[in-house]
Design a protein. Structure first.
Lengths: 872, 103
């Protein structure tokens, strides 16, 4: 019997109070009627079973009833309902969107077998902690190591294949045979690479990415075994398709569409190669080995390699990082800032919602008191209020999730390109689960606030109180909430302001060239066909001559790699007689320059200013002395205060004479320090040497819209070399913009968050004051009747708002400064106490106060003293 | 719900009496559980099909703990309408020879 009474607690309390006794009595009679213990047991069990089922049904009945009631009451106050839903939608939308990216990049395990055992391998030099590996150092490291189960290296590779009669170029990677086993990934079709595929002289093999398989091979399973002719960066070969990778496999980055083998040759392992750092290394830790142990072991191994090769491995160290954590500090900070901002928006939304519900709770105090008085138990009232806030939160949450899904394409700009994951996050069950949880918490927490406050049930005083009931403590709580909203929105406004200032500062940076009116493209001259210099020279001469003859073309030239394009490396050691630092073949911190080969016309095409001497010209052929045009910082570094023209230096295997000095170019990007630059004449290199630097990027300065000229230029190039792939056709301005794309996205996202916060805070102030005015209508009426002037009424309303505003502002500015300090690295030199950003935030807060105060003040002034006094 | 209305058609009854009445009339085929009964009662109260009368039955039958229920005019007309509907259904079935002839 006692257990039955306990079971009755499954029913809603109102139902239990109403019928519990009777139900217990009925069970008692049945038990008494039962003839023997077995029958009694059956009666007892049956009662227990039906109680559980029935209790659920009774709860559903109540829910249905509450929902009907809520729909009815909300229909009576659609403004409140719309407002609450909108607030939740904004809060949940912002948080979900931010979480989807943060989770995707920072939290979620990588899509590989036991990803926690995967590590990234790096070499280090002083001042650079993440340098790629050299082939011989990797080989020796892995051979000596006992920490790794398997390991592999990769480097990016491009493949031009002819499909549909046109050459197309795809990005991919050359991977060693160890990479796929290390990741623990198997192909969707066919087989993975074997060691035999990855040895010098092996026949070419290729694995297709899912996307390439679908787009170029129609998803045909019979593709395995097919042979394709392909042109890679510096060699052509025939590749047998051995496998197709699954759709969600992205390695080393999302842009990889195919994989070939590395097929290192013996000359890739000569000692000089130890300072050629170009390979991405990964490894799988043996079970039980920690990242720290592997890292410590690497120090010992690398110390030995330094002893063995003191020249090539000078100052070289090694580093082992968990693959999950191998992200730039900036990427992490960017996402942390985003998450913090989203949390801020959610917090503001929640405070706003709580305020809204509190106000509504006060308005409905009489209604609730009446309902309690006529017999609705406290539990029923609480339950109903909670259901109401859950319904509002649920609808808002659903809209918020839809908003987040709509925002994903924008947010994908925030995904760093260096991780082996898809390029864009997806809103999946996991993200939606978190969003629903947040919605639930929001609904419960802020449904509870007014319930706890209203003290529904015991509060018969409310009946007597009449409409004057405002409640001092409640006002304080509501004011505190609005204060919090103002402070949080100030933080967001300042942060957004600082990032906008940073973006403007970066976009205002002079890259060293004129980005406007320049058409660029890459002409993927195949090697070995174009390995001999005269072959290339004939191509350049013909193309440039015809392009310059096109209408609207002002200048045109080729270069190895355009500044701020995808490849920003190519840093070589400089040797200058009499300079002790710049004496060897090994790169140091202070003896390097960016190597670029150019044709005549390149500097004019980009409007890089010629400061001294002359440009490279058609006379700088292989038969003439090898010349160089150097950047201003290059000249200052080696010949400070002297005339650099006519000086010699050793660079890229030859002695070069300086014939000109040009302005420095920020080829590494607007936000980064760039090394000095040395430009060499295109033909002044040995046949088949460093063909990766053969000028392939074409820059054309035009008088009109650059892209309009693209078809004609294509025709010219294909006229000179029919089978050459043309890629990356874009304006120079677009290419440079891409450099700040993640930053402008970040500014847009944070700006949107700040705007939401701004509106919500204004709504909060408005709500607080409107409510105060409606609560104090009578008081205001009495004061006016006693002779108070409109001025006094305005002062009464506005004084409170100003007090809140000032307090919120002070708190917000303090917090904003702390936030700004912690994200100083993102600010590109803008100071965390930047006056403009703070000033703008203060001004906007003033606007927010005025907007929020306006309507309630006007309403207070319209109060008619007579009817106000009479109304209760 | 129909069974409860029928049980209350002739007199006010309390919960256990309704269960007993239904069981008697159906020859023990339908034995309402307490939970089902009171859930039904609650809904019927909300829908105004039954009420809890203020006056208690004769003191000798009264049990302080018990709550009695009375059918309302609405409840009566609903019960009648349902009975008519069921009768129509039986008539239709009988016309096709798939229901027993009237005894």
């Amino acid at each position: 019997m006692r257990s039955y009474r306990l079971l009755l607690h499954l029913y809603p309390a109102s139902f239990r109070h109403e019928y519990g006794e009777e139900m217990a009595a009925i069970l008692a009679r049945r038990l008494a009627d039962a003839s023997n213990p077995v029958a009694r047991a059956i009666v007892g069990i049956a009662a227990a079973v039906e109680t559980i089922g029935n209790a659920a049904l009774v709860h559903l009945d109540l829910l249905r009833q509450d929902l009907r009631y809520i729909v009815r009451t909300l229909r009576r106050s659609p403004g409140f309902a719309a407002m609450a839903v909108a607030i939740v939608a904004l809060g949940i939308g912002a948080t979900t969107a931010a979480f989807s990216v943060t989770d995707f990049v920072l939290i979620r395990p990588l899509p590989y077998r036991e990803p926690e055992r995967l590590v990234q391998l790096w070499e280090t030099t002083p001042g650079y902690s993440g340098m790629e590996l050299s082939a011989p150092n990797f080989r020796d490291w892995i051979a000596a190591s006992r920490s790794f189960e398997s390991a592999g290296v990769s480097h990016s590779e491009a493949l031009t294949i002819v499909t549909g009669g046109e050459p197309h170029r795809f990005q991919g990677a050359a991977i060693s045979a160890g990479v796929l086993p290390t990741l623990g990934v198997t192909p969707l079709l066919g087989r993975a690479f074997t060691e035999a595929d990855d040895t010098a002289g092996a026949a070419g093999t290729v694995m297709l990415g899912y996307r390439l398989w679908q787009t170029e091979f129609g998803g045909d399973p019979a593709v395995i075994g097919r042979r394709i002719d392909g042109q890679m960066d510096i060699e052509a070969d025939t590749f047998t398709i051995v496998g197709v990778m699954p759709r969600d496999f992205h390695y080393p980055t999302a842009s990889a569409d195919f994989w070939v083998t590395t097929r290192f040759r013996p000359d890739d392992y000569v000692p000089l190669e130890r300072s050629n750092n170009w390979l991405d290394g990964i490894a799988r830790l043996r079970p039980g080995v920690t990242v720290d142990q592997a890292h410590a072991e690497a120090q010992v191994i690398m110390a030995r390699l330094r002893e063995q090769y003191p020249k090539e491995n000078k100052d070289t160290g090694a580093r082992v990082v968990s693959m999950r954590e191998d992200l730039s500090a900036r990427s992490v900070m960017l996402l942390e800032a985003l998450s913090a901002a989203a949390a801020c928006v959610l917090l503001i939304a929640c405070m706003n919602l709580a305020n809204l519900l509190l106000a509504r709770g006060l308005e409905r105090r009489r209604e609730l008191a009446v309902r309690t008085a006529i017999g609705a138990g406290r539990e029923r009232v609480v339950r109903q209020l909670l259901t109401e806030s859950l319904v509002l939160a649920g609808v808002g949450g659903a809209i918020g999730i839809a908003l987040a899904i709509a925002a994903v394409p924008l947010l994908s700009q925030l995904v760093p390109q260096t991780l082996p994951i898809a390029a864009s996050p997806s809103i999946d069950g996991r993200v939606i689960g978190v969003a629903l949880l947040l919605t639930l918490v929001t609904g419960v927490a802020f449904g509870m606030a007014p319930i706890l406050r209203s003290g529904a049930g015991r509060d018969l005083a409310a009946l007597r109180d009449g409409a004057r009931a405002g409640g001092g403590r409640r006002e304080h709580l509501r004011s505190a909430l609005v204060l919090g909203e103002i402070a949080a929105s100030v933080v967001l406004l300042v942060s957004a302001g600082l990032l906008i200032r940073a973006l403007l500062a970066i976009q205002g940076t002079n890259p060293g060239f004129d980005v406007d009116h320049v058409l660029t493209m890459r002409v993927e001259l195949p090697i070995p066909e174009y390995a001999p210099v005269p072959m290339r020279q004939a191509f350049y001469d013909r193309v440039l001559q015809q392009v310059r003859a096109l209408p609207g073309v002002r200048a045109a030239g080729f270069i190895s790699y355009l500044p701020i394009s995808r490849f920003r490396g190519g840093i070589w050691p400089v040797k200058v007689k009499g300079d002790t630092e710049a004496a060897g073949d090994v790169r140091g911190a202070n003896n390097v320059a960016a190597l670029r080969f150019v044709t005549p016309g390149y500097f004019a095409a980009l409007r890089i200013p010629l400061l001294r001497g002359r440009d490279i010209d058609d006379g700088d052929t292989r038969q003439r002395p090898f010349v160089a045009v150097v950047s201003e910082s290059f000249a200052k570094r080696y010949w400070p205060g002297e005339d650099p023209i006519g000086r010699h230096f050793d660079f890229a295997f030859e002695d070069r004479t300086v014939v000109g000095v040009v302005g420095d170019v920020k080829f590494r990007g607007l936000e980064r320090q760039s090394e000095p630059q040395a430009y060499l004449s295109a033909p002044q290199v040995k046949d088949n040497w460093i063909t990766g630097y053969a000028p392939r990027a074409l820059a054309i300065r035009v008088s009109g819209a650059p892209l309009g000229l693209a078809p004609e230029v294509r025709a010219v190039v294909h006229g000179a070399a029919p089978k050459v792939a043309i890629t990356e056709v874009q304006t120079l301005a677009d290419m440079v913009d891409l450099d700040t794309a993640s930053r402008s996205t970040q500014v847009r996202v944070l700006g949107a968050f700040a705007a939401i916060a701004f509106v919500l805070a204004a709504v909060g102030i408005h709500g607080l004051l409107s409510f105060a005015v409606s609560q104090r209508t009578q008081e205001i009426g009495v004061r006016m009747a006693l002779g108070a002037q409109p001025r006094d009424v305005v002062r009464m309303i506005v004084a409170g708002a100003i007090r809140l505003g000032v307090m919120g502002l002070v708190l917000g500015i303090a917090l904003a400064y702390v936030a700004a300090r912690s994200m100083e690295a993102l600010l590109a030199g803008v100071k965390p106490h930047d006056f403009e950003a703070f000033g703008a935030a203060v001004a906007l807060t003033a606007v927010m106060l005025i907007v929020g105060t306006l309507v309630p003040t006007v309403r207070a002034l319209r109060i008619d003293p007579i009817s106000a006094i009479r109304c209760d | 719900m129909f069974h409860v209305l029928v049980a209350l058609a002739d007199e006010d009854r309390h919960g256990y009496a309704i269960i007993q009445d239904v069981a008697e009339r159906t020859g023990g085929q339908i034995r309402l559980s307490a939970g089902t009964l009171y859930r039904t009662i609650q809904r019927m109260l909300e829908e105004g099909l039954i009420v809890e009368p203020r006056e208690r039955p004769a003191p000798e039958d009264d049990d302080e703990r018990r709550r009695y229920y009375r059918i309302t005019a609405l409840g009566t007309s609903l019960a009648k309408a349902e009975a008519r509907r069921l009768a129509e259904l039986v008539k239709m079935a009988r016309a096709r020879g798939i229901a027993p002839e009237r005894a």
